[in-house]
Design a binder for this molecule. Structure first.
Ligand code: ZN
Length: 126
């Protein structure tokens, strides 16, 4: 069984650091995680410029004056492969591989994500 291996280790809301590519070393919060595509969208990272055309707004001509939606260039965060990012541990503030451990949460054993740094080992779930 290899199902556990392909399970995504990064979740929405995690702080991640980019470890490869042109934005190496930068950090940001995960806005969206896509386990199927194995990609994440991180705020303000991997921005790509999208050009928008100015266009008239529908139903705006009633008062005789037509409103125009302004065009221009907008920045959109493009997905990053999860292999290019690592979760930043909130305890030791370093990018880390995420491991799993069983811990007691509210009186019941639960699977939690932990920092794999040997001198840390604290949970990374916030
Ligand atoms: Zn840590």
């Amino acid at each position: 069984m290899t199902a556990a291996r392909s399970r995504i280790r990064i979740r929405k809301g995690d702080l991640v650091e980019v470890i490869a590519g042109k934005e190496k070393g930068k950090r940001g919060e995960v806005l969206k995680a896509d386990p199927r595509a194995q990609r994440v969208i991180v705020e303000n990272l991997n921005l790509s410029k999208k050009h928008k055309r100015p266009r008239p707004l529908r139903d705006s001509g009633r008062m005789g004056q037509q409103q125009i939606e302004p065009g221009g260039v907008i920045d959109i965060a493009a997905p990053i492969p999860i292999s290019n990012v690592m979760v930043v541990c909130p305890s030791c503030d370093r990018p880390t591989r995420v491991g799993h451990a069983i811990e007691e949460v509210k009186g019941a054993p639960a699977k939690v994500r932990v920092c794999t740094r040997s001198d840390c080992g604290k949970g990374v779930d916030r």
